[in-house]
Design a protein around this ligand. Structure first.
Ligand SMILES: [Zn+2]
Length: 409
């Protein structure tokens, strides 16, 4: 098996929040074999002198939509699945080039794309997916305009969600996603921006329906992810066993306390609201939906601050659509006023890995872990701007032991 040794690396210990100078990181095949503090002898190894540059785990984005080539979900659903796959390949390649070696897709990503990455057919981060998000009629996954009756529920149409009403339907749809290899199940807990007919303040799914999805997920040793902004929607889903709360923009002290108490996760996605406000309409968001952005934009930072103070485990998420994907690193800067740098580094590494239940495989630079690594200039523990500006600072991306981007020279 090929051996690569990164010499003279400053390794980020993400758990301790420390930079360990002068380390030698030995990669064999797709795994990290050793992290040594003295020279390592190995014949035939490929040696790369990092000259003191920072080496850290590849980043994890826990909230993406790799098929969302447009912010217009109605258009997305009408597109050819082949076109969408081609667009997803470009989006995923971009993520890898920004230093993200694992992403969790929470609506749209599926087994075919994950397999294509694994087999090397397309460039991209490891894809953790849940298939289509479950939505009730008129919910955040229902892209019909008010005047349209029929919903195309063919699985091969490339929308982000599917409509399920009532416990039997919700169970059947959950089982269909599990059958296709889902790593988690996503439900819509209240209204959203890009759906044409729902209101942010309305809850989605009854308690019986949510409990049924949670039961189906747990039977398969999976967990449930909820799209939720309001305290009411957050609290009812977490109380019913949902483990991953997405966005959470309007969360209050009681809601974050419950997330903490139940050991659930919060995945804020400030990046997408900032992006939608700045350029959403240009990127395809129907202009009549843009008014919904203000309901959640400014509150988002305050929710992150509350969660940070309460000690809630947060993961890094972005939720970007269409041309706005290029802002994937902006979430670091958007949280920087209320979250210390070391915690932001953890959000995009160990915390993401724990959320994905992959914390014995990814998220740290440790012997036995997957060789998903990035090399960069600067110390992100001292200055989170180093990650926010990673496009300039990134030197190497290694994914599953292969160097997929090299700008060391
Ligand atoms: Zn999303």
């Amino acid at each position: 098996m090929p051996v690569t040794i990164f010499e003279n690396a400053a390794v980020v210990d993400v758990e301790a929040g420390e930079l360990l100078a002068d380390r030698q990181v030995v990669v064999e095949g797709s795994l990290i074999r050793e992290v040594a503090d003295r020279p390592v002898s190995a014949s035939q190894a490929h040696r790369v002198d990092l000259k003191g540059r920072t080496l850290m785990p590849g980043l994890i984005d826990s909230h993406v939509h790799v098929t969302a080539f447009s912010a217009n979900f109605t258009e997305l659903q009408r597109s050819s699945p082949f076109y969408v796959a081609a667009a997803a390949a470009r989006i995923m390649g971009g993520m890898l080039d920004r230093g993200f070696t694992t992403v969790r897709d929470v609506g749209g990503g599926e087994f075919g794309l994950a397999r294509a990455v694994e087999q090397g057919l397309i460039r991209g981060p490891r894809l953790i997916y849940g298939g289509k998000a479950l939505s009730p009629t008129g919910g955040h996954g229902d892209v019909r305009l008010a005047g349209v009756d029929r919903h195309d529920d063919a699985y091969n149409q490339p929308g982000l969600g599917r409509i399920a009403d009532g416990v039997p339907e919700v169970r059947r749809h959950a089982r269909e996603e599990i059958r296709r290899g889902a790593h988690h199940l996503k439900i819509m807990g209240n209204g959203g921006i890009s759906s044409p007919t729902d209101r942010i303040s309305s809850d989605q799914f009854s308690e019986e329906e949510i409990s049924a999805v949670v039961e189906e997920a747990e039977m398969a040793n999976l967990y449930v992810v909820v799209h939720a902004y309001t305290p009411r929607a957050i609290k009812r889903s977490v109380r019913l066993g949902v483990r991953s709360v997405e966005h959470g923009n309007l969360a209050d002290a009681e809601a974050v306390a419950l997330i903490k108490e139940r050991d659930a996760f919060l995945v804020p996605t400030l990046a997408t609201y900032r992006a939608l406000k700045d350029e959403g309409v240009e990127a395809g968001l129907p202009v009549e939906l843009a008014a919904k952005i203000d309901d959640v934009l400014d509150a988002g930072v305050r929710a992150v601050e509350l969660a940070q103070r309460a000690g809630v485990r947060m993961a890094y998420g972005t939720d970007l659509l269409g041309a706005m994907h290029r802002r994937q690193l902006s979430e670091f800067a958007l949280r920087a006023d209320v979250v210390p740098a070391a915690d932001l580094v953890r959000a995009a590494t160990v915390n993401g890995a724990r959320l994905l239940r992959l914390d014995r495989e990814i998220g740290q630079v440790k012997a036995g872990y997957r060789a998903d690594l990035i090399v960069l200039d600067g110390n992100p523990l001292q200055d989170i701007g180093v990650l926010a500006g990673l496009e300039k600072n990134l030197r190497v991306v290694m994914s599953r032991g292969d160097v997929v981007s090299d700008r060391l020279a």
